[in-house]
Design a protein around this ligand. Sequence first.
Ligand code: NI
Ligand code: MN
Length: 225
Amino acid sequence: MKVTYLGHSALMLAHNGVSLLIDPFITGNPLATVRQEDLAPQFILLTHGHADHVGDTLAIAKRTHATVVAPFELINLLEAEGLQNGIGMNIGGTFQFEDGTARLTPALHSSSYEGSYAGPACGYRIDWGGLKFYHAGDTDLFGDMRFFAEESIDYAFLPIGGRYTMDGLAALKAIRWIYPRHVIPMHCNTFPEIQADPDAFVLLVNETTGSQGLVLSPGATLELG
Ligand code: NI
Ligand code: MN
């Protein structure tokens, strides 16, 4: 199992020749180190409709015929723009793919797509290749994150940029509730409004929580175990 961080909240998980892309904001992402043309996922998961998460979804899906999973209302809006293999879901729903599952989890955030209501915002709990992942999407801290502690999450991807999501201070509290084995900060430094220091954050994670923080630079690939 490998993860490639693509900058912002975009990342790709790859296992046994199958790849799953989350929130592929590549074109227009000043931190991106790849082109959308270089990505060929079988599956795309979207946390919500904002442009910095939907990103290149339509272009990638049209080119690769990837299956796109997203909240129901967002899929409807993307289908109106030509998306073919959309699977509209809602919080609590589980998408099964190959030998993995992706479950839509709550997120405390808004969601719209090109000015239209795009349903709820969500995160994802992914079980794949013997590992448990949590991609929080855009969210503030919320109390029910405590329940994730029961699930023994291996890798949690959490926003730390503030302004539109929780900041690093709130993310530290989230980590004490979620108690993942590893934490990877995201959704920071893409724009001037969301400046944060992921290295300082990870230092605090390692010093003050029982989790291990990891900073992934955009373009970096990590072998997971
Ligand atoms: Ni957003
Ligand atoms: Mn965002």
